[in-house]
Design a protein around this ligand. Structure first.
Ligand code: ZN
Length: 197
């Protein structure tokens, strides 16, 4: 079970028994950066919980007291440096430790087997176009279109094809007297004044 001590200013010290070693990790996290220093010391199996002391009010960092089968020692953490001392000189002020689940970065997490890539689903084939459910395609009543010749038949009307069909509609009349062309709506000939029927 690792222990954590908060040193303030975003700095933490983690202490963990690893086998017969004591692992110490100093982690400092600032805005946008994270630093970590770790060391392992062959202290032997702990017989007591470690204790952490503030050394000389923090001026000399902290000292971790390890009590192990082989005896006790102090691990000093000062300005990111981790060293082992047989004694801790100076004023010791015990610091509060908390239990943590894990010491960050002390173990390389086991490589997780890569998840095999999900096979890409084959494209669904396009559904074939449903035939129009409207009887004969492109034919409504007596209307039909023929795109090739640009002809259009609507009932009795016939557009397109050859020539200009306006000649039939605006049929020109001629004056029966003088032979000049007149409008079918004219009542009198514009040339000779002959009364048109
Ligand atoms: Zn006339």
């Amino acid at each position: 079970m690792p222990y954590r001590v908060d040193l303030g200013a975003g700095q933490q010290v983690y202490i963990e028994q690893m086998g017969t070693d004591t692992a110490v990790v100093v982690a400092s996290s600032g805005p946008g950066q994270q630093q970590q220093a770790s060391s392992r010391f062959a202290t032997g199996q702990w017989t007591k919980e470690p204790k952490v002391y503030l050394l000389d009010g923090g001026r000399n960092g902290v000292a971790i007291k390890i009590v192990a089968i082989q005896g006790q020692c102090f691990i000093q953490v000062f300005q990111g440096q981790i060293s082992v001392q047989t004694t801790a000189g100076g004023d010791l002020q015990e610091m509060k430790m908390t239990y943590v689940d894990e010491t960050p970065g002390i173990r390389t997490p086991p490589m997780r087997p890569m998840k095999p890539m999900e096979p890409i689903e084959p494209m669904q084939p396009m559904e074939p176009m449903q035939p129009m459910q409207m009887g004969q395609p492109m034919e409504m009543g007596d209307m039909s279109m023929n795109a090739n010749t640009m002809e259009m038949h609507m009932g009795n009307m016939h557009m397109g094809g050859q020539g200009n069909s306006s000649a039939a509609a605006g049929a020109k009349n001629f004056c029966t007297q003088c032979g000049e062309p007149v409008q079918s709506t004219d009542k009198f000939c514009g040339s000779c004044g002959h009364k048109l029927s």
